[in-house]
Design a protein around this ligand. Structure first.
Ligand code: 3H9
Length: 712
């Protein structure tokens, strides 16, 4: 039958009648987010379906790749505009004709809440269901906390809400979240068939609110709530919304549906008002914005089918695994056969450990390892589209590798260095094709850490930069554009706040106090735990290397050297800042370390003073923020948000604080500057206010004011 003319609704929601089925399509690219126009359109369309006597069933669909990706995140923090999504969902549920949601692509957050409010649910292959509000510092605020447990049980619903991760169509069906799974590709046809079947059989409406948790299931439900509460401190340390999620779900057992909805609304508003929500939403947009760089706006990436890696040490092997995991065949170059064999073994070791821990099956390991090949002759890289050099951190060694690459690689191949601090401009000048040279700075372990700094030398071609960002997407990494300087963005900032920690050590704080304060702020580990994990010898070697160029005006704290001189390199030697008896990973405080520190302070003639946790964090953060401001000021980072993303994904900065410069805006730039000036009274060489910070305070502006899009 030919479609009937539509009842007029907003453009983003269209509706038409197909026989007895009223088809409502949400068409609001890119992800069908539930902004005010979509909510209005949905409300009007349901009303129209209700009024039309010919209509026996209603079908709700999303156009494009997604069903609905949730509330429009850009609206949060602005005055809410009616109708509220919770009212839209209630209206859908109250419809007197059966409403079917046919889900292709993602039904996320508010999108899944629309699905929960429908009476019948259909999933197509590739459908994904999630309640990811927790990742934005929120909870499902349109009935999700009340409907999901009624439909799928308290335990599964709590998992979905606290975890925030998507489940597929099959699993959703097994959990009772969807009624039917069809093996088709067209949601319109599949949805229409289901809706017609329901209409023909006189299927009743099935409001989810009317479902009750069976008395027999109550003890398990209470147990699931208790278990979730018990996990709060460990799994959701510092976060506000998980506890509210659990409280809202508790109402499913204790209160009538409408009261539960009111509670949910209250909790949702509380979450909306938190700095955590602001920080997490800043993070959501920042990580997407970071990929929008001028070069990628001006040029298309080069083709990328084969990769070369020079060096099979920990870093080279980690990068190889990251490439193989993304389906890119890898050719590894080493200087001789035994080194190559070690390189292969390093790659295999990563996969073997995954197999041992049940994360990968043996056949898949073999398949991925099958895409690895090795050679000692650079000629094997003749058809590589991109080569990453991961050899010893020394300009002469790296230049020699680049000379070989220049000879062996085809024209147009991208030549990348994984250096952490060397001057890539200088490296680029050593080859005949500087336009093809770029820095790809992976973080260890390279197959796990999400951050990839894309270091952009002066002469690099736009399409090489675009290729770096395309590679990051393929590797599922978060890429940040960085300019050339010692340490680029992350390590350069790290060097400065690490120094601030060392100065506090010299002045009276213990490493244990500092680590505790830093963990209390939300970092997974403190700086001295990190040093013990990485190996004290690495920092020691760097300090020795840099000794000749060290600024003589800066204080030097030799305490770490004293530990290294004793061979106390951290976890791997069973002793560092902490003691690790019997190879354990949980360090114990070491009185001998404290005695060494006392001795060093005595030698330096310093009278130790007490630091509170707040004192420690003010200094630690002021140092981090000040250097981050310098990095932006000097154009090493394009915008403050790029620094935030680097610190979030490479250095364990707590997501719910949004990165150092978002955090600085939150604390108040005048407060941070006043701290720096106060600390400068003791040590003016270290504490020099960044010109950008001073300028912003004078102008009454924030870092966020500099966060505009940079795509060309
Ligand atoms: C919620 O629903 C609360 C409710 O419980 C209650 C309310 C009362 N809003 O990621 P992509 C933009 S909270 C606005 O690059 P992909 C995104 O910024 C919400 N914009 O694509 C980007 O814009 P641009 C719960 C959004 O294919 C573009 O769409 N929902 C939203 O890799 C493409 O995004 C979520 O948390 C949004 N909701 O991934 C889901 N979502 O092009 C959040 C995306 O200008 N979204 N944009 O940079 C996602 O997880 C992914 O975007 C998705 C697509 C998987 C959908």
């Amino acid at each position: 039958m030919a479609p009937h003319p539509a009842h007029p609704t907003q453009d983003v929601v269209t509706s038409r009648r197909e026989g007895s089925v009223f088809v409502i399509t949400i068409d609001h690219p890119p992800v069908n987010a539930l902004g005010v126009a979509v909510r209005q359109g949905l409300m009007a369309a349901i009303e129209a379906a209700e009024q039309d006597p010919e209509v026996q069933a209603v079908l709700v669909l999303g156009a494009g790749r997604h069903f609905i990706a949730g509330a429009d995140i850009r609206e949060f923090g602005k005055p809410p505009q009616p109708p509220l999504l919770t009212d839209v969902c209630n209206r859908i549920e109250a419809c007197t004709k059966p409403v079917v949601a046919a889900v292709q692509g993602s039904a996320l957050g508010g999108g899944l809440e629309v699905v929960l409010a429908a009476h019948y649910r259909l999933a197509l292959p590739g459908a994904k269901f999630a309640l990811p509000e927790v990742t934005l510092g929120l909870l499902p605020g349109a009935g999700g906390t009340q409907r999901a447990p009624r439909l799928m049980g308290v335990e599964a619903a709590l998992d979905l809400m606290l975890d925030g991760k998507p489940i597929g169509a099959r699993q959703a069906q097994a959990l009772g979240l969807v009624d039917r799974w069809v093996d088709g590709t067209d949601p319109v046809q599949a949805g229409l068939a289901y809706a017609r079947e329901l209409a023909a059989s006189g299927a009743p409406v099935r409001p989810t609110r009317d479902l009750r948790i069976a008395v027999a299931d109550m003890p398990a439900a209470s147990q699931a709530l208790d278990a979730a509460r018990a996990s709060l401190n460990k799994k959701y340390r510092g976060l506000f919304s998980p506890a509210r999620i659990i409280d809202a779900v508790q109402a499913v057992l204790d209160r009538p549906f409408d009261e539960g909805l009111r509670l949910e609304r209250d909790y949702f508003r509380q979450c909306l008002d938190t700095p955590q929500r602001q920080a997490l939403i800043h993070t959501f947009f920042a990580e997407r914005e970071a990929a929008k760089v001028p070069e990628a706006g001006r040029a298309q990436p080069r083709p990328l089918d084969r990769v070369g890696i020079v060096g099979g040490g920990t870093m080279g092997a980690g990068i190889a695994v990251a490439m193989l995991d993304a389906g890119l065949p890898v050719t590894m170059i080493e200087r001789d056969e035994p080194s190559l064999e070690r390189g292969r073994a390093n790659v295999a070791k990563v996969y073997d450990s995954l197999v041992k821990r049940g994360r990968l099956d043996a056949a898949e390991r073999d398949r991925r390892l099958g895409m690895w090949s090795g050679a000692t002759d650079y000629q094997a890289l003749a058809d590589a589209d991109l080569v990453v050099e991961a050899v010893f951190e020394d300009m002469a060694v790296k230049s020699a590798v680049f000379a070989e690459l220049d000879r062996a690689c085809k024209p147009g191949a991208v030549l990348a260095s994984n250096t952490s601090y060397l001057d890539i401009d200088q490296l680029a000048k050593t080859v005949s094709r500087p336009q093809d040279v770029i820095g790809l700075h992976f973080f260890s372990p390279a197959n796990i850490m999400k951050l990839l700094e894309i270091v952009v030398p002066d002469q690099v071609a736009d399409d090489v930069v675009a290729t770096g960002f395309a590679l990051a997407r393929r590797l599922k990494k978060v890429a940040v554009r960085a300019g050339v300087c010692d340490g680029f963005i992350g390590n350069r900032i790290l060097a400065v706040y690490r120094l601030a920690a060392d100065y506090m050590l010299a002045d009276g704080a213990s490493p244990y106090q500092i680590d505790q304060a830093v963990r209390g702020f939300g970092f997974p580990m403190g700086p001295f735990q990190v040093a013990d994990l990485a190996g004290g010898d690495i920092g020691w070697a760097a300090r020795k290397r840099r000794a000749p160029t060290r600024d003589p005006n800066l204080r030097y704290v030799p305490i770490a050297d004293r530990l290294c001189e004793r061979g106390w390199f951290g976890q791997k030697t069973g002793r560092g800042w902490y003691l690790y008896p019997e190879g354990g990973r949980a360090g114990q405080e070491d009185p001998e370390v404290l005695a060494i520190m006392d001795e060093e302070r005595r030698k330096a003639g310093a009278a130790p003073r007490a630091f509170t946790q707040e004192d420690i964090m003010r200094r630690y953060m002021a140092a981090m923020i000040n250097e981050a401001a310098n990095v932006v000021h000097q154009g090493i980072a394009l915008r403050p948000l790029d620094v935030d993303v680097a610190m979030l994904y490479g250095f364990g900065f707590p997501r719910y604080r949004g990165g150092p410069l978002h955090y600085a805006d939150h604390v108040g730039l005048d407060v941070v500057l006043a701290d720096i000036r106060a600390f400068a009274a003791e040590d003016p060489h270290f504490w020099k206010p960044s010109p950008l910070l001073v300028e912003l305070v004078e102008q009454g502006r924030h870092f966020n004011d500099l966060n505009q899009s940079k795509q060309g």
